[in-house]
Design a protein around this ligand. Structure first.
Ligand code: NAD
Length: 487
């Protein structure tokens, strides 16, 4: 495959501290690979404790002494709208770089860049509409809520759709008047470095946004343990989340955790089968299957099971795997050779545990280099199989039959995760009853991939702690002080 290298890749991906680019004080770097060839295309500065200290000090100064937390909501909102305008105006360029760094199909990266702009626009609007409680007992007392930004927000993000997921934290943290230190994922640091110029052009004061690249165990760990960072918003694996939870405990930090998933898509015999097929294919094979809310377990009512499996497998075989930069591509290259090895190991585990009906390895004709996985479908998967229980985070799906509603619910809830659930049925009562009983933070009924930014986003069980989205994000990034007055 010909390697498509976009113009304007920096000579090094650096930290951005107090309005200036910076290398690590000790000069440490790490390699960044492109997923199509797995060749090193750039070095990134590897942040250490001293670099995080510098970034936090800059953010703290900007919070304690700078204008940002003291601006009127309307003034901050204007800056956020300018950020959204700039992201929208350069969405194709952002998508090109994101695709190069992550291996995501270009059409899907473009959608993610547009979602990043929308996240800024949404919180820009929300912050001016924000109102807080006030209570009055006539002739006796008045009480009101004084909402204040918390300080330096530590934002730690994963490598899947990195630019969009960074915007999901940056927008509410900044809208509410905090200053931030962002630690993006080490597999995909390119798009995070683009925020610096966007923010500067939009008029964000120096020191409000700081970026430290580096490994989780070094830069991420130093941010989690920094005493001047009172809150951490983390998105990543459940096991990393629980480690961060423990490391933040001595400091009693505010934590928001958006973690892993193994979400069920439940297809009843009375469903619109065509729509369910389209959606369940999209649900696990879009974004290369590297999607936290992927419907990676499909539970199908036995009377339509054989037909569903046959049609699903035939459609999966037709999915176009190819160059992420090609608009015709539906599944690109997985992000990194380490992740590719993990996904491939699950493909082998699956072959021993279940019946392979599509894919099952590297697609033909892709040579040696790059992280290519054919969309892979396993049927007759036992609920105790590892491919039913464990998050694979790639284009691999497990299909399991069920006999009645009670069994469907038991199977849906039979994992440690509880992020999303998708239900396909034309029986309204069944749909709402199932939604009520399924252990998932978010449920889609006869739909997928639609979400209003005002709704809560988050998981239950091992999929997360706390919710963001709409006013919940405002709550996470602010303190609510109660003020009482005797009249
Ligand atoms: P990861 O947990 O390996 O890494 C996430 C981030 O944490 C990275 O920036 C990493 O450097 C950092 N990190 C790692 N160890 C750390 C430590 N000890 N201290 C501080 N920071 C540390 O996750 P990943 O592989 O990058 O991302 C994929 C995972 O993210 C999947 O499990 C996926 O389901 C989950 N995810 C969840 C959501 C959600 O909203 N629930 C969204 C996207 C991804």
């Amino acid at each position: 495959m010909t390697r498509h290298i976009p113009h304007g890749i920096p000579d090094r991906i650096r930290h951005y501290i107090d309005g200036a680019w910076a290398d690590s004080l000790g000069g440490e770097t790490f390699d960044v690979l492109d997923p199509v060839t797995n060749e090193v295309y750039v070095q990134a500065s590897a942040g250490q404790q001293a670099d995080v200290d510098r970034a936090v000090a800059a953010a703290k100064r900007a919070f304690d002494e700078g204008p940002w937390p003291r601006l009127l909501p309307r003034q901050r909102s204007r800056v956020l709208h300018r950020i959204a305008d700039l992201v929208e105006a350069s969405d194709r360029r952002l998508a090109e770089l994101e695709t190069f760094d992550t291996g995501l199909p270009i059409t899907q990266s473009l959608g993610q860049a547009q979602r990043a702009a929308e996240n800024f626009r949404f919180f820009a609007d929300l912050i001016v509409a924000q109102h807080d409680d006030a209570f009055k007992v006539p002739g006796r007392q008045m009480n009101y809520v004084n909402r204040k930004p918390k300080g330096v927000a530590g934002l730690i993000t994963p490598w899947n759709t990195p630019f969009m997921l960074e915007s999901w934290k940056l927008a509410p943290a900044l809208a509410t008047g905090n200053t931030v230190v962002l630690k993006p994922a080490e597999f995909t640091p390119l798009s995070a470095s683009l925020w610096a110029d966007i923010f500067r052009e939009a008029g964000l004061p120096d020191g409000v946004f700081n970026l430290v690249n580096g490994l989780g165990e070094e830069a991420g760990d130093a941010l989690v343990k920094h005493p001047d960072v009172p809150l951490i918003s983390f998105t990543g694996e459940s096991s990393t989340g629980s480690l961060i939870f423990a490391n933040a405990a001595p400091f009693l930090k505010g934590l928001s955790m958006e973690l892993g998933g193994k979400s069920p898509a439940v297809v009843f015999a009375d469903a619109d089968l065509e729509a369910a097929l389209d959606a369940t294919l999209f649900g696990v094979f879009s974004l290369n299957g590297e999607r936290c809310t992927a419907g990676s377990r499909i539970l199908v009512e036995r009377s339509i099971y054989d037909e569903f499996v046959a049609r699903y497998a035939a459609r999966a075989e037709k999915i176009v795997v190819g160059d992420p930069a090609d608009p015709a591509t539906e599944v690109g290259a997985l992000v990194h050779p380490e992740h590719y090895a993990k996904v491939m190991s699950y493909v082998e585990i699956g072959k021993a545990e279940a019946r392979l009906v599509a894919g099952g390895g590297r697609p033909d004709g892709f040579g040696e280099s790059g992280n290519w996985v054919a969309p892979t479908v396993f049927a007759d998967v036992s609920p105790d199989a590892r491919i039913f229980q464990e998050e694979i985070f790639g284009p691999v799906v497990a299909i399991t039959p069920f006999d009645d509603d009670a069994e469907a619910l038991r199977l849906a809830n039979h994992t440690k995760y509880g992020l999303a659930a998708y239900i396909w049925t034309n029986d309204l009562k069944r749909a709402h009853t199932f939604a009520q009983n399924v252990e998932a933070g978010m449920v889609w009924l006869n739909s997928n991939n639609v979400r209003d930014l005002r709704t809560p986003f988050g998981g239950v069980k091992a999929s997360g702690l706390g919710h963001e989205g709409g006013y919940r994000s405002i709550d996470f990034y602010t303190d609510q002080q109660a003020v009482h007055i005797t009249l």
